[in-house]
Write a protein of this length. Structure first.
Length: 266
């Protein structure tokens, strides 16, 4: 064998050794990766808390990347503060009421659905018809949670916040008047007390609006009772026209000191 042939043979042996070594290394590396994947899978199966923690970190990282790309500061807790419910999640009767109110008062069905569900829940506890609660809300504010009257009645049910600060203390303070659910609960309690004191629904409504000691309540009780009747028909599955809302008390002059005095008693 010539010297040239010896060199060629040596190169072949060297190349074969390199290839064999590379195969061994990659084979072992893939084996190690496979073992690591199996170990990680078993660990995450046995320890779901680690899996949830990892998923949360990954989701947080992805959302942070999205927030940076959009230029918006992320606030993942915002969904917990939203007063909204999918109408499809409500019982049929409540969903019908929610859709009817949404169309009539031109507000989104999701927040209305949350208020309808709350009215039914609270109404059952205090033994008030939920459609009456919703009728008061409709006439008082037209479902505007930020409504305020000239004499300081605030929120969905136009409660005199200063007069009923003790009730709002249960919700963290007077600013809770602008939280729809808190305002609804306080308003329902005031309404219940007014009806009990007056002895009848119509007289209780006059107390609620502050017209217990005056001759004319500007048709307030009649408006609430009429809307109540319509909502009862909607809840019963009847087809009720939904004309544009009129006469919302939050946009009208108040009965003045009479309302303040009457609500101060409740």
């Amino acid at each position: 064998m010539t010297a040239f042939e010896n060199i060629v043979q040596g190169l072949r042996v060297f190349a074969s050794d390199v290839a064999q070594g590379f195969f061994e290394i990659t084979h072992n590396s893939f084996a190690l990766v496979g073992l690591a994947v199996v170990f990680a899978t078993v660990t995450l199966t046995v320890r779901p808390d680690l899996r949830e923690s990892g998923e949360a970190r990954l989701m947080g990282w992805l959302q942070a990347r999205q927030a940076d790309a959009l230029g918006i500061e992320a606030d993942l807790a915002a969904i917990d503060r939203a007063t909204a419910t999918d109408p499809a999640d409500l019982p049929k009767q409540q969903a019908a009421v929610a859709h009817w109110l949404s169309r009539k008062y031109r507000v989104a069905p999701e927040p209305i659905s949350a208020l309808v569900a709350e009215a039914y829940q609270v109404g059952a506890k205090v033994k008030l018809d939920p459609t009456l609660i919703l009728a008061v809300m409709a006439v008082e504010s037209g479902f505007n949670p930020f409504a305020q009257s000239p004499v300081g009645a605030q929120g969905l049910m136009q409660v005199m916040t200063k007069v009923h600060s003790d009730k709002y203390s249960l919700f963290g303070g007077k600013l809770a008047a602008f939280d729809p659910v808190s305002n609804l609960r306080v308003g329902v309690k005031v309404l219940q007390e007014c009806i009990q004191r007056a002895g009848s629904l119509e007289a209780g409504l006059r107390y609620y609006v502050g017209a217990a000691n005056v001759e004319d309540d500007n048709g307030y009780a009649d408006k609430v009772l009429a809307e109540h009747q319509r909502l009862k028909q909607v809840a019963a599955g009847q087809n009720v026209p939904h004309s544009a809302p009129t006469g919302l008390r939050a946009n009208k002059p108040e009965t003045g000191p009479a309302r303040v005095a009457a609500l101060a008693l409740s």
